[in-house]
Design a protein around this ligand. Structure first.
Ligand code: AMP
Length: 599
């Protein structure tokens, strides 16, 4: 069976993992690196490059290099390169395609299935954009899961005690804090907070600024004006920062950096961790606010947390780890590489989804509303779109006509108001209804969707207690493509659907209007001319014929318009008749009053 890969599609770096021998392993890229920069570049020769190669040329080709595209997912952002517009999912797809290629090279097989992670705060549009990116890259995205949840899976916390944990994720450009609750068979994100513009890049920049200032002071030259020298300073700064996570000092050596006033400048210095901490103290301090906000939003004190997981390469900095301890009083777990654990969790979930793994199957949401068809072909929503699984909803329905001894339960999925425009996912007949007078029987329909997305529909006659049910499995439901098509159709056909809904209501409104006109006319018949009476009778008759012959599910917009005109005519006639009746009544009252005065 083809493997399903887990992908951490990060803002700065991405990572791919797969289960081998029951454990998640990280798939190295073609350069042997375990993470790949999420950077895409378009060269002047028309080539597209992704990853380290794109990162290396970024400074000298900044107009045609795209980084941090993840920030634009779910927005209208696009970039114009050589007169071709690329959207955020299209750029992300280029990164995904490279990751997929690396995985195929490593595994020696074609890969089509993947689980992709997204920040917990990503909304529907951002998640959908991520799915779209996967599809553009030729991947079947089996599930989108939250990054902090994925980290918890990597730590195997789904097999342990129920607990509340904090995931502290400081990456290259973003900072996310999530409080999650791991319960019996459920992982729930309780709160999220963060800073979209705080990450390892800011720490690199502080070192780079410091070095530029130092070079200026020592050699009297402004290195900021030389793009390739600046690129080397940036790379050296990041390397020094990483070195300082393991050592107290870092050597920075930049021979032949740039031409000085007289000679070539060969720059060399030693950066201490103490100096680095001093340069970046305020950045570390900025993590405190979001941590407090997330805890507050979850209604938890730090002491109620059982664990803190570190995610993101920047949590390797000792000053950051110390800050986490100071804020929570908990020694953070760092057994798994912080830049790899999200991808590992995705691989674990991928394995569970493909039926091989034994982990917890994560919660999903209902992508489209679940409805049942009620009188007139209307799709009545029982479970709204985007409700989190598992879910159980009941609604009581009754019969539509006299002597109805059975009810047809037709279950559809979709957002369109008429059942026939949605997808049928199940139907059954409930027979043997007692007391079949119209509107008397009470049929309780229950939708039960478990964490695996398996839907059980049951109908119970509340009078007799008789129950019947069917089970709809995931495969009976809609594919992603069908879901997307259904959502597009719902938007596309919104006007048409409004017209159809209106058409469905016309016969009953028409009947009411005809009865009303007839009754109103009878009250003032003596005051009307023969012609007036005949005209109203004609309106009423024509309207009744229309009501009888109407086929609301087939009516055109024009026919709906004609029907409405007939209803308006009858309503105007009854309004006029009522007005006349009122005038007569007022006249009579005045006459009576006058009479009593006389007495
Ligand atoms: P991520 O987006 O999680 O891959 O994190 C990338 C960020 O982590 C970059 O800013 C890296 O410079 C930073 N990073 C990676 N390794 C280390 C390390 N050993 N010490 C400090 N920062 C690191």
């Amino acid at each position: 069976m083809a493997k399903t890969i887990g992908i951490d599609l990060g803002t700065t770096n991405s990572c791919v993992s797969v289960i081998e021998g029951g454990r998640p392993v990280i798939i190295p890229n073609d350069k042997g690196a375990r993470t790949t920069p999420s950077i895409v570049a378009f060269t002047k020769d028309g080539d597209r490059i992704v990853g380290e190669a794109a990162q290396r040329q970024a400074v000298v080709n900044s107009q045609r290099t795209i980084s941090s595209v993840k920030r634009s997912m779910g927005t209208n952002w696009n970039v114009n390169i050589d007169n071709t517009k690329y959207t955020a999912p299209e750029i992300s797809a280029m990164i995904l395609r490279k990751l997929r290629q690396d995985a195929e090279n490593y595994l020696g097989e074609t890969i089509t299935d993947a689980v992709i992670t997204v920040p917990a705060y990503f909304n529907d549009a951002q998640r959908q954009a991520t799915k779209d990116a996967g599809r553009i890259a030729g991947l079947n995205v089996k599930r989108i899961i939250n990054e902090p949840t994925s980290a918890a899976l990597a730590y195997g916390l789904d097999h342990g005690e129920p607990q509340k944990i904090m995931v502290f994720d400081l990456g290259g450009g973003t900072f996310d804090v999530s409080i999650i609750e791991i319960g019996d068979g459920v992982i729930e994100v309780l709160a999220t907070s963060g800073d979209n513009h705080l990450g390892g890049d800011d720490f690199d920049e502080r070192i780079a600024e410091y070095l530029c200032g130092y070079i200026e002071f020592k050699h009297g030259i402004d290195v900021r004006k030389d793009l390739s020298a600046m690129q080397r300073i940036k790379e050296a700064s990041e390397q020094a920062k990483k070195d300082l996570s393991a050592a107290e000092t870092a050597n920075i050596s930049l021979p032949y950096l740039m031409q000085g006033k007289t000679d070539m400048v060969h720059f060399e210095t030693v950066l201490t961790r103490a100096k680095f901490d001093e340069l970046t103290r305020d950045l570390v301090e900025r993590t405190a606010g979001p941590v407090m906000t997330a805890l507050n939003d979850a209604g938890l004190a730090p002491s109620e947390l059982q664990k803190v997981l570190l995610v993101g390469g920047s949590t390797r900095m000792p000053s950051v780890q110390e800050k986490v301890f100071a804020l929570t009083g908990i020694e953070p777990s760092k057994d798994i590489n912080p830049d790899e654990c999200v991808a590992q969790g995705a691989a674990i979930q991928a394995d569970t989804l493909s039926g091989t793994g034994t982990g917890l199957l994560l919660l999903d949401v209902i992508p489209l509303s679940l409805c049942i068809e009620t009188a007139g072909g209307v799709a009545t929503k029982v479970v709204e779109r985007n409700t989190t699984l598992p879910v159980r909803y009941s609604q009581v329905f009754t019969t539509a006509s006299m002597f109805q001894k059975s009810v047809r339960i037709h279950v559809v999925q979709g957002e369109r108001p008429m059942a026939k425009d949605n997808k049928t996912i199940g139907r059954f007949n409930m027979k043997g209804i007692k007391k079949p007078a119209k509107g008397i029987p009470q049929i309780e329909v229950t939708f039960d969707v478990d964490t695996n997305g398996i839907l059980k529909i049951s109908a119970k006659d509340l009078t007799t207690g008789k129950e019947q049910s069917i089970t709809v499995t995931d495969t009976d439901k809609m594919s992603d493509a069908e879901v997307e098509q259904a959502i597009r159709n719902a938007e596309l056909y919104a006007a048409h659907d409004r017209m159809r809904q209106e058409a469905m209501e016309l016969p009953s409104i028409g009947k009411l209007a005809a009865n009303e006109a007839e009754t109103a006319m009878k009250k003032v018949e003596d005051q009307l001319t023969k012609e007036e009476i005949q005209l109203i009778k004609k309106y009423v008759l024509e309207l009744r014929v229309l009501c009888k012959q109407a086929k609301p599910d087939k009516m055109t917009a024009e026919e709906v318009g004609i029907f409405k005109e007939h209803i308006d005519r009858a309503m105007n006639a009854s309004a006029n008749a009522r007005k006349l009746a009122k005038e007569i009544a007022e006249e009579e009252a005045t006459t009576e009053e006058t009479k009593s005065l006389d007495e």
